[in-house]
Structures are given as structure tokens and as C-alpha cells.
Design a protein around this ligand. Structure first.
Ligand SMILES: Cc1cc2nc3c(=O)[nH]c(=O)nc-3n(C[C@H](O)[C@H](O)[C@H](O)COP(=O)(O)O)c2cc1C
Length: 217
């Protein structure tokens, strides 16, 4: 197989310079995230709320996957998933996670380290009810991360559920499904610049306060 016409070693982009400095940085990382998230959404980047969540087993074997950020506030970043999935099981045995927002088209990246914890069942229920009926059924139909014999088996489970809970009927919240909140202990904002002289500003939690440090690119 030849990649001569598509050699990743020759792929180079010149990043446009946007300001990221200590002067204009928000007091706390969630405030800065809110600002950048708004700008990212305004740039029409596809799914700006898509983020990579990395987890690890108790003995430190990592795994990553994309999920959608569904809520954020001063407490942290919330996504929804199946608690019995691989990521859910890994978080149950080791709460340390990282999040990565790969906003390549605007030469930005936000990376977070912290701990994940389940949100309240009432908060999960409120979000579950806001989802389309089909997604609610899908959450029941899929034993996420389990091996399944065939696509047909998945479709059969879904069809059964659709019969049991027709459109308009309230679907109960699956017991193994819910939100996880990542409470950050460090958040790094990366802004690409010319000549690889990128800006990297990292908030680090110290007691109840945030300290900001600049990292070499
Ligand atoms: C753009 C995108 C968004 C996704 N959003 C979610 C999500 O919000 N929740 C989720 O559980 N899985 C989501 N997935 C699927 C996950 O990447 C993953 O396949 C699934 O959660 C099972 O992961 P695990 O087996 O490592 O636990 C998304 C995938 C993509 C590509």
C-alpha cells in the first residue's frame, strides 16, 4: 500500500494567531472554557462538544473514546453514558480521567485532567427525558461495550422496545445509564501560533484556588 500522495510528514498548517495571554485569561478555567466554547461554536466547527475521554484500569492500562459534552458549569464537565460500559467500569475502579477537546480547525485544544463521579439520578432523569424517544430506546437496547452476535440482534432488541414503549409513552431511565461529571484538577488551554511558538496556559487547582502557569510549547 502506498501513501506517496498522502504523506502525513509533509502536512503542515500555518496557524493564525489569536490572543491567549495571562492578561486576558478568565479567573477560573470553567469561565475560560465557556468563552472558548462559545467562540468554537461560532466558528461552525462540527460538533464542538465532542471530546475524547481517556480512562485507565486500576493497574494503569489506558483507553480512549469520543463522547459528547452535555453540560458544564463551575463544577465541571458532564457527559452521559452506560455505567456498565468499559469506560464506566474503568471509572468505577479508577476515577482519574482526562478529557481532550481537539479543535484543530481553529488551532486550539483544551485538555483536562480530573476525577469523574456519577451525577445525581434526578439530574440524569431530567436529561434522559430531554432526549428524543429513539435515543431513549437505544439506551435500553444497547448493553454498551458488550459483544453482540449481530447487527440484527441489536435491531431486534430495539424493535421489541419500540413495541413496548410506542412514541409518546414515557420510557423509564435505564438503571445502568447516566451522567458522569469530570471535576477538573488541571485545565490547559492551547493556542497554535506560527513557528510552533504556541501558547499553553494551564490552570492548576491549589486548595480552593486556581494558579495559572505557562508551559513551553
Ligand atoms: C462523535 C461521537 C460522539 C459520541 N458520544 C457518545 C456519548 O455521548 N456517550 C457515549 O456513551 N458514547 C458516545 N460515543 C461512542 C463512544 O465513542 C464509544 O464507542 C462508546 O461510549 C463505548 O465506549 P467504551 O466501550 O470505551 O466504554 C460517541 C462517539 C462519537 C464518534
Amino acid at each position: 500500500m502506498t501513501h506517496q500522495d498522502l504523506d502525513p510528514a509533509t502536512m503542515r498548517k500555518h496557524y493564525r494567531s489569536e490572543i491567549l495571554d495571562e492578561e486576558t485569561l478568565a479567573e477560573d478555567p470553567m469561565g475560560q472554557f465557556a468563552l472558548w466554547f462559545r467562540q468554537t461554536a461560532a466558528s461552525h466547527l462540527f460538533e464542538p462538544n465532542a471530546m475524547v475521554v481517556s480512562t485507565a484500569t486500576a493497574d494503569g492500562r489506558p483507553s480512549s473514546r469520543t463522547v459528547l459534552l452535555k453540560q458544564f458549569d463551575e463544577r465541571g464537565f458532564v457527559f452521559f453514558t452506560n455505567y456498565a460500559s468499559r469506560k464506566g467500569r474503568e471509572i468505577a475502579e479508577n476515577p482519574y480521567v482526562s478529557l481532550l477537546f481537539p479543535w484543530h480547525p481553529i488551532a486550539r485544544q483544551v485538555s483536562v485532567t480530573g476525577t469523574a463521579a456519577r451525577i445525581g439520578r434526578d439530574e440524569t432523569a431530567a436529561y434522559f427525558r430531554s432526549r428524543p424517544h429513539g435515543s431513549q430506546l437505544g439506551a435500553w437496547a444497547s448493553a454498551q461495550s458488550e459483544v453482540i452476535d449481530s447487527r440484527a440482534e441489536l435491531d431486534r432488541r430495539y424493535a421489541e422496545l419500540a413495541e413496548r414503549y410506542p412514541e409518546g409513552e414515557q420510557v423509564p431511565v435505564p438503571p445502568e445509564w447516566g451522567g458522569l461529571r469530570v471535576v477538573p484538577d488541571a485545565v490547559e488551554f492551547w493556542q497554535g501560533h506560527e513557528n510552533r511558538l504556541h501558547d499553553r496556559l494551564r490552570y492548576v487547582r491549589e486548595g480552593g484556588k486556581w494558579r495559572v502557569e505557562r508551559l513551553c510549547p
